[in-house]
Write a protein that binds this ligand. Structure first.
Ligand code: C2O
Ligand code: CU
Length: 462
């Protein structure tokens, strides 16, 4: 079984290996393979054994896919896992048939079978791919990779473009992935939280840099349920994009919160000096620890570069008149300490104890799991508002497929384009988007245990 050596690893990071393997293909038969399979990864320190993982190409992360805006991505997905799977291209405003939602946009791909994914990427930015069947198990075992869509040349010139996929793993003493998938305690609380954090599958990620070098750091939270609170120390810079979408103007980088599935593109300059180490630090309740190190060797230039301008905007339609837009409520309930008594499950009002016995502990608008009818049946081009109320004792990261939305603030202004919104316990947040992409689209919590345990609904656009 091939595994990722540090050498191959930096090849992947620099994009050289993968980019050159991306010919422009016209025939499906020659689409590059993307194989979901078992592999070995060195997640833990060298005195531990390697970890058996599931990965695309047998590696964690899977191969980086890098294309230019407007190009097609074609992958012949082959499932060599012992259970059915699919590939979802997170954040891509994709053709519905390619969205990879098992049981909704396609049947799950059985072991030994394949499925051809073929789609255009309308927006530049930082995206990623992961399974959408038993996601809570398959992603926890390592199935994910970056999908980078490059802007036209020279948008913001940098010395290094670094993709950093953050994950947390639940490892047993022998550094193998702990069992207990589907444990009700995780599902009803904060999800399957890990005990070991990696960046690009490396528990001691390190990358040499030079003082005054300018870097683009593309951060992706690939964890099942962990919310990362991050600081870049020894760097100074800006947030230039969130969830793939450029901000109107770069914002000075401070502490950054990344909910599961969220991304942030940073443009930072190395301020640390020769012999020092710049760090990406994650803050937990009991303090901070470095998740990635950037030891400084030498100087790239005598002084910092000038501040960057914004990235070019993506072709996302402007919101229609919000004062006349349809507004739909979405009340999130359930979970531990949530006081939920019962909810509709498979068309029946079901008491919470019975729900829990079936692995369901959360509800949207009194409904656990997917309903036969969509939360919203939108007409193509309609601007929709969804007013979400987090009536639970837990934070949730709400993700909409196929569209990016803006948060509508109480004063009527709107936030940046996003595909995943973190909602603290008790929070009320309203989002608005133009339903311009025909098909069936999920809206769910991206804490994977929560969506599996009921926090899942859908919209139709016709
Ligand atoms: Cu990233 Cu429905 O998922
Ligand atoms: Cu949640």
């Amino acid at each position: 079984m091939p595994h990722l050596t540090r050498r191959q690893f930096s090849g992947v990071l620099l994009g050289g290996v993968v980019a050159s393997a991306l010919p422009r293909l016209s025939r499906a038969a020659s689409a590059p393979r993307l194989v979901a399979q078992e592999g070995m990864a060195r997640l833990a320190p060298p005195d531990y054994p390697e970890t058996v993982i599931w990965g695309y190409g047998g590696t964690v992360p899977g191969p980086e896919i890098r294309v230019r805006q407007g190009q097609r991505v074609m992958r012949d997905f082959m499932n060599q896992l012992p259970q059915p799977s699919t590939v979802h291209w997170h954040g891509i405003r994709i053709d519905n048939a390619m969205d990879g939602v098992a049981g909704m946009t396609q049947p799950a791909v059985a072991s030994g079978e394949n499925f051809l994914y073929d789609f255009a990427v309308p927006d530049a930015g930082t995206y990623w791919y992961h399974p959408h069947n038993r996601t809570w198990e398959q992603m926890a075992r390592g199935l994910y990779g970056a999908l980078i869509v490059e802007e036209p040349e020279g948008a913001i010139p940098v010395d290094h473009d670094e993709v950093l996929l953050l994950d947390d793993w639940r490892l047993a003493e022998d550094a193998q992935i702990a069992g207990g998938f589907g444990a009700l305690h995780d599902w009803a609380h904060g999800g399957r939280l890990g005990n070991w954090v990696t960046v690009n599958g490396d528990g001691a990620f390190s990358r040499p840099v030079k003082t005054n070098a300018r870097m683009r750091l593309r951060l992706v939270n690939t964890a099942n349920a962990r919310i990362f609170t991050l600081e870049a120390q020894g760097f100074k810079g800006w947030v230039v994009a969130l969830d793939g979408m450029p901000l109107d103007a770069p914002e000075p980088l401070e502490r950054l919160t990344l909910a599961p599935a969220q991304r942030a593109d940073l443009v930072v300059d190395v301020l640390a000096d020769e012999g020092e180490e710049a760090l990406l630090v994650s803050f937990e309740r009991d303090g901070g620890f470095a998740v990635a190190g950037f030891p400084v060797t030498g100087r790239a230039r005598p002084a910092r570069l000038a501040a960057p301008g914004p990235l070019p905007p993506n072709p996302v339609p402007e919101l229609g008149d919000l004062t006349i837009a349809r507004s739909v409520p979405l009340v999130m309930e359930g979970g531990a300490m949530g006081g939920l008594q019962s909810a509709m499950l498979n068309g029946q009002d079901t008491p919470i104890r019975e729900m829990a016995a079936k692995g369901k502990v959360w509800a949207f608008n009194g409904m656990a799991d997917m309903s036969d009818t969509p939360l919203i049946a939108a007409e193509r081009g309609e601007t929709i508002r969804i007013r979400m109320t987090n009536d639970t004792a837990w934070p949730h990261g709400m993700h909409l497929h196929g569209h990016h939305f803006r948060e509508v603030m109480p004063d009527g202004t709107t936030g940046p384009l996003r595909d995943t919104l973190l909602m603290d316990r008790g929070a009320v947040a309203e989002i608005a988007f133009v339903a311009d992409n025909p098909g069936k689209w999920l809206l769910h919590c991206h804490m994977l245990e929560h969506s599996a345990a009921g926090m899942m609904t859908w919209l139709s656009v016709t």
